[in-house]
Ligand binder design. Structure first.
Ligand code: NAP
Length: 333
């Protein structure tokens, strides 16, 4: 079977371009016992993939030059030599960016398209949903009446984090990069207020205007100036969930910001970074909660689906210009 794949052609300096990725064609390997042949359907693009394009050591192993990109993919089983899966099953797994994939059946998870659109298993019922769940509930510990600010609020993680805070009875303020996104998080996801950071130059003042009681929880997806504006509004005993720093991922130098520490001290602020994998032994708890809330309609979701395997490089790069509302993915078939 002929398959197409996308490999890392070269490591970027700063903002990546399509030239850092390369399409190739090859023939799939013969199926061995315990393996399945998969056809890719929905392929996730995620901000953490930018870090894996660098050589430097991090929590996720760097992609190797001339080797395929990889990440979460929803795929259909075409042929199975494993007793775990049959032809036509839908599975999700950490897989290479290929149209057809021969892989071990271990580490794949069967998904139920009867519960939700298959793409949800890349978003709210997948890694981004778990990230919002553990970050908000375990670190943020929201209480009714508190004020919660979420940056990157219209994205895969942000819309879930904001809704979890809303379910806990909090006032929720989102920060996003367009008027459409701000309108969406209020009308479709129940955020109380929204700030467009691209037109609102003074985030500190804008937050102060809508958070009359200050900020109790800041769920940080972006870092940089937006985060500095949020930190200025934090209350005594507030919590900062450092989930992502997308505004910094293409920087070639990293700034340290010790000048926030006096405020952290005097207001007894908790600032905690985390990686969702830290909660690997509690994923079932997260999946169960999120699935129940999706089924009951308490949690809504949004996906931006770009059609065509060929569109993967530009779709991935689109994360850094904000082309998506909710979870961004490519439909390969
Ligand atoms: P996403 O929000 O669906 O997509 C990325 C969004 O980031 C874009 O749509 C864009 O929205 C915004 N953005 C891009 N460049 C920006 C900049 N310079 N300043 C401010 N916003 C910018 O992505 P996601 O999957 O939900 O991930 C959100 C964050 O969580 C990322 O930082 C990611 O690395 C992190 N994350 C962490 C974990 C963990 O385990 N800690 C797990 C998953 C994700 P706008 O139009 O609003 O700018």
């Amino acid at each position: 079977m002929r398959t197409r794949q996308i490999v890392l052609a070269s490591r970027p300096m700063g903002m990546p371009t399509a030239d850092n990725l390369r399409f190739e064609e090859k023939v799939t390997e013969d199926l061995k016992d315990g393996e399945v042949l998969l056809k890719s359907w929905f392929i996730s693009v995620d901000p953490y993939m930018r870090g894996r394009m660098n050589e430097s050591k991090s929590y996720a192993k760097p992609y190797q030059v001339d080797e395929p990109f990889r990440g979460s993919i929803i795929a259909r089983v075409v042929e199975s030599k494993s007793n775990l899966f049959s032809a036509d099953d839908l599975v999700v797994g950490d897989l290479p960016w290929m149209t057809y994939i021969t892989t071990s059946a271990e580490n794949l998870r069967k998904i139920d398209p009867g519960i939700a659109h298959p793409g949800y298993y890349l978003g709210i019922l997948g890694m981004p949903g778990l990230t919002a769940f553990f970050g908000m509930k375990d670190i943020g510990k929201p209480r009714a009446g508190e004020t919660v600010v979420v940056s990157g609020a219209a994205g895969a993680v942000g819309i879930v984090a904001g809704q979890i805070a809303r379910i806990h009875g909090c006032k929720v303020v989102g920060i996003a990069g367009s008027d459409e996104k701000c309108q969406m998080i209020k009308s479709e996801f129940g955020f109380n207020e929204a700030i467009n950071y691209k037109t609102e130059k003074n985030i500190r003042k804008a937050l102060k205007a809508v958070c009359s009681d200050g900020v109790d929880i800041y769920f940080d997806n972006v870092g940089g100036d937006i985060t500095m504006g949020a930190i200025d509004n934090l209350n005594f005993h507030s919590r900062v969930i450092v989930c992502g720093q997308i505004s910094q991922y293409n920087n070639t130098r990293f700034a340290m910001v010790p000048d926030i520490l006096p405020r952290v001290l005097t207001r007894s602020i908790l600032i905690k970074g985390f990686i969702v994998r830290n909660y690997g032994d509690r994923y079932d708890e997260g999946y169960a909660w999120l699935t129940e809330k999706v089924k009951s309609g308490e949690l809504n979701y949004k996906q931006t689906i770009i059609k065509g395997f060929d569109k993967l490089p530009e779709t991935f790069l689109g994360l850094f210009s904000g082309i998506n509302q909710g979870k961004l993915m490519v439909e390969a078939e």
